[in-house]
Design a protein. Structure first.
Length: 295
């Protein structure tokens, strides 16, 4: 009985220590989530305004003059047979199924592109994605682990600089980004966003139409805005994935903390029942011994 009680006390201490760790990680993720969420909110108005300007500037005539707007022919008709896929994952785990869902979405897109006749060039951001594809034996074209959970526009520019050149030169048919779209801390669905070719959003019908005075001209402006738009789309993918990671980790650590609390209460009740049974047995033995002596 004493040995069983010591084992239970050891398990209770272990669960308590685990609960302290998961509670601390939950608080850290909550703190980081607020800053990451602020970056997501700050990035959205600029991206929306940039998309509206491009939608107003692009015309069918101009679309044929810019490589980033042209949609290449499929491989069966002589188009490029390579497609680029950029997967954004985290460097750390303990965030539930966050990374596995992103990897699953990336594998689904790879299979879809390969079924269309493309050879997929895989570009990886984050240790979790790199580790998985290294394990399955798939070689990545590029990989980065230095971006972390504080991405910048410079990181996005570095990721897509060569890809923009490859697409403009006709060596790559498309660029897609697999990232976690941040809807709320509890809702972060894995999403595939096609970045190249650039697809300008549809112009809004009705309301006040923008009246631009263009200098030096729409073509010169688009020449600068289109690469900027591509970099901005990738940057949004990076910041939304960073915020989604903290939201997923906070949820996972909260669930782990709650589960540890429940396990501790079960162990505590079990320990108290064993202790009460031992005390009752000792009392019964004392009473029985006293009765035997008195009899």
């Amino acid at each position: 009985m004493a040995k069983a009680s010591r084992a239970l006390r050891g398990r209770m201490r272990s669960v308590q220590n685990t609960r302290k760790i998961t509670r601390t990680m939950e608080l850290v993720s909550t703190s980081k989530l607020k800053r990451a969420q602020d970056r997501v909110v700050a990035a959205r108005p600029y991206a929306s305004a940039l998309a509206e300007v491009i939608a107003d500037l692009v015309t069918p005539d101009l679309a044929e003059r810019f490589p980033l707007l042209r949609r290449p022919a499929p491989p069966s008709k002589g188009g490029p047979n390579r497609a680029a896929l950029l997967l954004v994952t985290s460097n750390r785990g303990l965030c539930g199924g966050f990374n596995s869902n992103l990897i699953k979405e990336a594998r689904r897109r790879i299979e879809a592109l390969e079924s269309q006749g493309y050879k997929v060039d895989l570009h990886l951001v984050g240790k979790k994605g790199i580790g998985f594809f290294k394990y399955v034996g798939r070689v990545a074209a590029t990989q980065r682990i230095d971006i972390g959970d504080k991405p910048t526009t410079l990181h996005a520019a570095e990721l897509v600089a060569n890809l923009i050149e490859d697409y403009a030169a006709g060596r790559v048919a498309s660029l897609e980004v697999v990232y976690a779209r941040f809807v709320s801390p509890l809702t972060t669905p894995p999403t595939t966003l096609r970045v190249l070719p650039v697809e300008p959003p549809a112009k809004k019908r009705g309301g006040v139409q923008a009246d631009y005075i263009l200098k030096p001209g729409a073509d010169q402006i688009l020449e600068q805005l289109l690469p900027l738009y591509v970099r901005n789309q990738v940057y949004r993918g990076l910041v939304e994935t960073a915020a989604a990671e903290h939201g997923a980790r906070r949820t996972a650590m909260k669930n782990a903390t709650d589960n540890a609390g429940e396990i501790y209460e079960i162990l505590k009740r079990t320990y108290n029942r064993q202790r009460q049974a031992a005390i009752t047995q000792e009392i019964a033995e004392i009473v029985g011994g006293a009765a035997a002596l008195g009899g």
